[in-house]
Design a protein around this ligand. Structure first.
Ligand SMILES: [Zn+2]
Length: 317
C-alpha cells in the first residue's frame, strides 16, 4: 500500500540564525524482539504497520528534512514498516491518522496545525497513537498545551559558533551520555557518544515527567555565544543555554499514547551515522510500541547539582 500526500509547503528561506529566532491505532502493543537484522540494528519491527512522517515548517526550515525523510523511508523498507510523508496538515484527520501506529514530527517549526487538526491529533494520541519528535519538533506549536506535554520541553536556544562549521553555524562536536542502557533507542551507543550537531537547550527540564535516555555533557562543547545572548527579541539577553542537567532524548507515556523525542537531527550528515540511524529507528519503534521499551519517568539525574525547577524564567513577550 502506498499513500502519497501532496501539498508540499514551499521552503522558507532564512538564515541559519533564524533557527533560533523563530524559534492503525494500536489495539495491543506488540513487543517483539527479533534481534539485529541490519547495520541499523532494528530491534524488532513486526512488519505490519505504518508511520506518518510530518515535516511542515512555518518558521525556519532545516536543510536536513529531505534526507531525514529518505532515511525514515529506508529504515521502514529495511525493517518492515510502511512510511508515508506529508507536509499537508489536512493529513491530520481522524480517518487518516487511524492508519498509523505513530506520527513522526520531523524538524517541524512554528504553528503547523489548525484547531480541527489539533483536535484530531489529540484524539489520536488519546486513543493510543504514538508521537515521535525529531530536533525542532520542540520548536513547534508553542501555544498548544497538549503538544507541550507530549513533546516534553520546548526549544530555548542553541550555540552559534563556530560560524563556518561544516553542517552550519553552531554545529560542533559534543559528548552525549546514555542514561538508559536497557532502552533500544540508546543501548547500542558508546560512552560517551561524541557526535557533531546543533545542540539544543530547553526552556524547562523535562526530567521527572519523562524517562531521560540521553544527556549531554555541557563541558564538552562551547555554549557561548548562544542564541540567547546575541539575538535580543524574545530571548533573554545575557543568558546562555546552560541547563547543567541537560536531557537530549527521552520517552514517556502520556494521554494513553507514547511519546519519544530526540533533540538531535539538525545536521544532514548525522542521518548517515549508523548510531544515529539506530537511535532514530528504535525511537520510532518505541513511539509505535513495536519494541519493548521502558518509558517510566525517573526523578534521579546524573548530576547532583541539577536544577529542580524550570531551567529558565519565562521568555519575554
Ligand atoms: Zn537546527
Amino acid at each position: 500500500m502506498s499513500r502519497t500526500m501532496s501539498g508540499v509547503m514551499p521552503a522558507v528561506t532564512r538564515t541559519r540564525l533564524m533557527c533560533a529566532l523563530l524559534p492503525a491505532l494500536l489495539a495491543t502493543p506488540l513487543l517483539t524482539a527479533c534481534g539485529d537484522s541490519s547495520d541499523d540494528g532494528g530491534a524488532g519491527a513486526d512488519g505490519d504497520f505504518r508511520v506518518l512522517v510530518f515535516s511542515r515548517t512555518a518558521g525556519f526550515r532545516h536543510d536536513s528534512i529531505e534526507t531525514g525523510v529518505d532515511t525514515v523511508r529506508q529504515l521502514g523498507a529495511m525493517h518492515g514498516f510502511g512510511v508515508d510523508h506529508t507536509e499537508d496538515p489536512a493529513a491530520f484527520s481522524a480517518d487518516n491518522l487511524a492508519h498509523y501506529a505513530a506520527v513522526l514530527w520531523l524538524s517541524t517549526t512554528g504553528t503547523v496545525l489548525d484547531e480541527t487538526q489539533k483536535a484530531a491529533f489529540e484524539q489520536y494520541v488519546r486513543s493510543g497513537g504514538g508521537y515521535a519528535g525529531v530536533h525542532s519538533a520542540s520548536d513547534t506549536e508553542y501555544d498548544w498545551p497538549f503538544y507541550a506535554e507530549l513533546v516534553g520541553a520546548y526549544f530555548h536556544s542553541h550555540p552559534v559558533f563556530p560560524l563556518g562549521a561544516e553542517g552550519g553555524p553552531g554545529v560542533q562536536p559534543g559528548d552525549l551520555h546514555l542514561e538508559a542502557p536497557d532502552h533500544p533507542a540508546v543501548a547500542h551507543l558508546p560512552v560517551p557518544w561524541t557526535i557533531s550537531d546543533e545542540f539544543y537547550s530547553f526552556r524547562t527540564n523535562p526530567r521527572g515527567t519523562v524517562r531521560v535516555l540521553l544527556n549531554i555533557d555541557e563541558d564538552s562543547y562551547d555554549q557561548d555565544p548562544n542564541t540567547t545572548n546575541i539575538s535580543g527579541g524574545t530571548f533573554i539577553i545575557g543568558e546562555t543555554g546552560t541547563m547543567k542537567d541537560h536531557p537530549m532524548s527521552w520517552c514517556h507515556d502520556r494521554f494513553e499514547g507514547r511519546a519519544w523525542y530526540t533533540a538531535l537531527g539538525h545536521s544532514t550528515a548525522l542521518y548517515a551515522d549508523a548510531n544515529f540511524r539506530r537511535h532514530l529507528l528504535n525511537g520510532i519503534l518505541t513511539a509505535a510500541r513495536r519494541v519493548a521499551a521502558d518509558c517510566v519517568p525517573r526523578e534521579d539525574g546524573p548530576l547532583a547539582e541539577r536544577d529542580t525547577g524550570p531551567a529558565f524564567p519565562p521568555l519575554l513577550p
